[in-house]
Design a protein around this ligand. Sequence first.
Ligand code: OAD
Length: 251
Amino acid sequence: MDTAIDLLSSWMNDARSAVFFGGAGVSTASGIPDFRSAAGLYVTAAGNGREPEYLLSHECLIAEPAEFFTFHRTHLVHPEAKPNRAHLALARLEDSGHLAAVVTQNIDGLHQAAGSRTVHELHGSVERNHCVQCGRAIDLADIPDEPVIPVCPDCGGMVRPDVVLYGEGLDEQVIDASIRAIQQADVLIVGGTSLNVYPAAGLIRYYRGHRLVLINLTETPADKGADLVIHSPIDEVLDTVVQRNCDTTPR
Ligand code: OAD
């Protein structure tokens, strides 16, 4: 693994427009479970006759909003979570001019909390919410614990998170910005994602370079096409990358 990390460090040192494409595995070291691992949400929160995919769907939001919001608040909102070494390393790489953007499937806001500025959130963010009736934007911090189904202080409409639910489309501007960043990337690091969920996972195909790096605990469908594969904890790997050989002096 040392040689692989040394190679990645030197690639990142040379990089001027690298992009990081990530998923839930980036935040597991912050105490937020991923979806498909043994300790993931789709395993631990399954049961009660309801699939997590259903509880994360537009259909559930409309048909059973109380169920939806109970699941959402219990499993997807983590106000106590702090950025880990992976988030912090990526913010340093951006600050020092090596990394152009983070494209993430995560909805936890931890990249921004770490200091990353260019973050394309393919699946939205739990931090942002809006009233489905009047459109008023409401921050997560301003939503009280009760009632279970959040209510707009202006019009009494339901307040929902700005996250992409199953059955809903991704924001086209976010997709376009992500594709542009990936097309222009000199290095593409894909990490902490099983690459199971489309269209997000398909965006890495827009990469045109020859420095495609996969960092994941387990094998992914993109490993065989990658130029470098590291099966280790991503927080450990990215932290080592910024400590070693890579000049992260802010520019
Ligand atoms: P998954 O749970 O499918 O995949 C997470 C991957 O991260 C797994 O392959 C783990 O092995 C790996 N992993 C976990 N911890 C890690 C660590 N510390 N270091 C390195 N790798 C680690 O999560 P995503 O791929 O993000 O969508 O899932 C994609 C989408 O599925 C989510 O955005 C969500 C979900 O349904 C929506 O809710 C729309």
